[in-house]
Structure formats: structure tokens, C-alpha cells
Design a protein around this ligand. Sequence first.
Ligand code: IYR
Length: 226
Amino acid sequence: MNEPVEYLPLENYEKLSEDEMQQRADKVLASLKTRRTIRDFSDKPVPRELIETCIKAAGTAPSGANHQPWHFVAISNPDIKKRIRDAAEQEEHEFYTRRASEEWLEALEPLGTDTNKPFLETAPWLIAVFAQKRGGVEAGMDKKNYYVTESVGLAAGMLITALHSAGLGTLTHTPAPMGFLTEICGRPKGEKPFVLLVTGYPAKDARVPKHALIKKSLDDISTFLD
Ligand code: IYR
């Protein structure tokens, strides 16, 4: 027979007035509106503890059956960053010269991206996010995980939000394919690289493509059935 579910009272719920709720939502929006994906990073070091705190924040994300099917590898070691840059640039060269369709290259044109990825060495931290096919609610378990992509996507979004809120710039980088990250980061074969988050301070002269400032309106992105 199944064990009965054990429940605990909900704790730490912050009850706010409607005015306070709106003010909080306005503040979150104002902050998130200032987030930009950047590719020009300063080499100024960022304390490891700040990165640890942001990873802990990401680790609070909801996940299928609460299996938390993610692993974050935070890299500041210059030799490892160089290995990652070399491998990524090799893949990107293939992508830009052979693999990408005309349509894809056209979509990327306004972003000004190319094979060259100096930020992979300049930025103080790279955070490789891995998705685990198997795991479980506790470390060391080996059960099937569920909604892995959705769960890791949510955690990655929360990581970006945490890093941005902490005053860091980020680049959501997806060198394709990124299988090389599994080997360089020493992760098991059952873990799939999900995204490589580049983070640090923006360079003094950091620029962003105008294209990235186009944001769809509320009407474009939502429907209310009330
Ligand atoms: N991975 C390549 C290409 C690239 C693809 C998309 I979709 C982007 O939004 C940006 C870049 C690169 O990093 O250059």
C-alpha cells in the first residue's frame, strides 16, 4: 500500500495589499525591462559566492515530480574557458559556413553574431546548464525524470533573472551542437547540455543590437478571456 502523503502548513507566504502587489509587479517589470543579452563583457572578476547564490535561486524552480533534473557547472578556470571557446568556435564555424540554412542566417543578421566567441574567455564565469534524463528527488537516485526540458528551461530562466537582479550581464549562448560541454565539464553521458550562460559585468563600451530592443506588446503576446 502507498504511504499516506505527508503535508506541512504553507509557510512564509507574504500577504500583500492589492496596491503593494501592483507596486511589486511594476518594480519587477521595470527591472526585467532593463535586461539585455550582451556579448561585450569586462574581465572584472565576480565573486564565486554571488554565482553560488544565483544557482541556488535557480534550484528553487518547479520541476516534474520535483526531481530537479538539472546540474550547473560554473567555470572561472581560464584553461577550461579556453577549451570551451576553442570547441565552441569550431562548431560555430561549421554552423555559419555549412549547417545553418539561408533563412536562419538571415534571421541572425540583425544580431551581428559570427564564429568569433571572445566572450567565452573574457567573461569571468560560464555556467553550463545540463539536463538529466534520470535522477530523482534526492541526489544519487536513478529514476526516470519527467518534463525535463520544461523544468530545466524554467530553472535557466530563473538563473538569468537572478543574475540580472544581482547586477550582472548575461548571454544565453547555445553553440550547436554542444555535446563538447559534457566532456569538458566532466559530466556523465546521460546529461545533455541545455544552455551555456555567459555572465559578468558588461564591458564599458558594451553595445547591443537595435534589433534586440524590439519587444512585442501585451496585445501581441497575450489574450485575456475575462
Ligand atoms: N549559436 C550561434 C548562432 C545563434 C543562433 C541563434 I537562434 C541566436 O539567437 C544567436 C546565435 C551563435 O551563438 O553565434
